[in-house]
Design a protein around this ligand. Structure first.
Ligand SMILES: Nc1ncnc2c1ncn2[C@@H]1O[C@H](COP(=O)(O)OP(=O)(O)O)[C@@H](O)[C@H]1O
Ligand SMILES: [Mg+2]
Length: 229
């Protein structure tokens, strides 16, 4: 297996909105090893979410090279990127992004459904993952019937069900009270031991402190003197 999970070289991304150009990411190079738990911190607007979207192949940079799980993704088009992501990259968002009119177990197995996994098997995998996050007893509930902390745990079950090796989380505890946040942090912290590479964007010092490495961004760049534990 390739020991390097992610290799970004001189990545830049500029947005144009209402004739205003914003340089969101400006010349970032970053290497992440398989099994790392990397925290990305920095003030609002410094480019963290844009960088995470580039890492997860949701956004393409204007300049630079993107290598994910040993494959050069720089020249892939949107369809190729979507295919490549499937089963390799999973996301966890601040606002959970569960589908409201589907049950928790249906939400959890959705990635497996898209990949053509048979109903009985995907249900079993989803229930196993819900058991792992302590929500097996809520499998038939709708997201709206659960607390924020429970919804985020379901989103983690969904992220893990697809067996992706790369888990990307953008402010995963940002909408949670401290007790629910703690449970989500514990689950996130257990991912590297399951062979996952985890990258988390966060304002939470506590979540960042659990990472094996922390990098800080400012104005689209990585700050010098970044910590490499
Ligand atoms: N889709 C977009 N269109 C226009 N500007 C954007 C877009 N996404 C991000 N930006 C701008 O890029 C900069 C970085 O944004 P973002 O990556 O969301 O920062 P952070 O996650 O650190 O708060 C901000 O100035 C933001 O307004
Ligand atoms: Mg953001």
């Amino acid at each position: 297996m390739n020991a390097i999970a992610i290799e970004l070289t001189e990545i830049s991304k500029t947005f144009l909105a209402d004739d205003v150009q914003t340089s969101a990411v400006d010349g970032v190079s970053l290497t992440v090893q398989t099994g790392e738990f990397l925290a990305i911190t920095g003030p609002s607007g410094c480019g963290k979410s844009t960088l995470l979207s580039i890492l997860g192949l949701l956004e393409t940079p204007d300049r630079g090279n993107v290598r994910i799980l040993g494959e050069d993704c720089t020249a892939k088009n949107e369809n190729e990127l979507a295919l490549f992501r499937r089963g390799r990259v999973s996301f966890v968002f601040q606002s959970f992004n569960l589908i409201d009119d589907m049950s928790i177990v249906e939400n959890t197995e959705i990635g497996l459904k898209y990949r053509g996994v048979k109903p009985a098997l995907r249900r079993k995998i989803a229930l196993d993952m819900l058991d792992w996050v302590g929500l097996a007893h809520r499998a038939k509930h709708r997201p709206g019937q659960l607390s924020g902390g429970q919804q985020q745990r379901a989103a983690l079950a969904r992220a893990l069900a697809s067996d992706a090796r790369l888990i990307l989380a953008d402010e995963p505890t940002g909408n949670l009270d401290s007790k629910s946040g703690e449970a989500v942090m514990d689950l996130l912290g257990s991912l590297p031991a399951r062979g996952k590479t985890l990258i988390v964007v966060t304002h939470s010092l506590e979540l960042a402190s659990r990472a094996t490495r922390r990098i800080a961004m400012l104005d689209g760049r990585l700050e010098v003197g970044n910590d490499s534990v």
